[in-house]
Design a protein around this ligand. Sequence first.
Ligand code: KG4
Ligand code: ZN
Length: 337
Amino acid sequence: MAVTILGIESSCDDTSASVVRDGFLLSNLIAGQEIHRSYGGVVPELASRAHQANIVPVVDQALKKAGVGAGEINAVAFTRGPGLLGSLLVGTSFAKGFSLAREIPLIEVNHLQAHILVHFIRQDGSEGRLPGFPFLCLLVSGGHTQIIVLKSHLEMEILGSTIDDAAGEAFDKCGKVMGFPYPAGPEIDRLAATGNKKAFTFARPHIRGLDFSFSGLKTSFLYFLRDMLKEDPAFIDRNKPDLCASLQSTIVNILVSRLVKAAGETGIREIGIAGGVSANSGLRNAVTAEAAKRNWNLFLPALSFTTDNAAMIAITGYYKYLAREFSGQDVIPLARI
Ligand code: KG4
Ligand code: ZN
């Protein structure tokens, strides 16, 4: 019998619902929240309210697009955390209600694990190449920067994490200093394409092991610009592509050097990247070059699966359904995991 899972994601500022059947994607709807742009970052209170307004229509659309009736859903999976508590509460409560009403299992999903499991989503027409285990993944987004090993679909170990800002935050905060709207990552990526990445150098962290740090880079970038602006008030406008290329190259170097180190230490050659920053063209090119050099079996996510989406929650729910890992109605969301 086919297994059909409804996935719900509401951990930050995107309300998303997706239907996956037997590991194949049937639909993946995402309602973003423009409202945060003018505030320069996500405002938690506004995010929860927008989720509340979006969740029912988004689920409705996801079911329609998939051509699946509510009665055909075998289980509902939702993001339990990490994320913004008020946002998580909306998805969690919706999933609980759906599970009660349809008398189907409720499945909690760890958002980090889900970002990595996008590599296991099958789509009609895709080549269907899936990673083997153990699978080493660099997870980089606005909220997380981690090196994770998946030992099986449902077993993961975190080998390294950021001790301060996430990689996406480094893009966004440095972008803000240059006057870019939130989130600045995509615009920096675009401008970096025409800049010289060797034009400027910024501080790189000296952290042992497989952890990351980005706060020093942010400060170094800020002080550098402050000094330059004293001499030339138009410095940013005159040098945007070079600033973006140099900043991006520094962030990418920090990320890729850690991934290379982790691959060397573990001996794993099934390698992937995931999360919002995995859309970055500099990062994608750099890991592709390392993969060719080191004979990695590399997995780059489709761009539509890099940012937060419910397809990753539904696919994780699918594997948890097969393993009969269900949650009770007393499950509560967790801001941190
Ligand atoms: O995964 P995501 O949508 O949300 C979190 O879970 O955080 O990631 C959003 C982050 C933002 O910081 C955004 O600036 C960054 O991903 N991002 C990028 C690019 N596209 C999105 N950063 C660099 N280059 C990109 N092309
Ligand atoms: Zn995320």
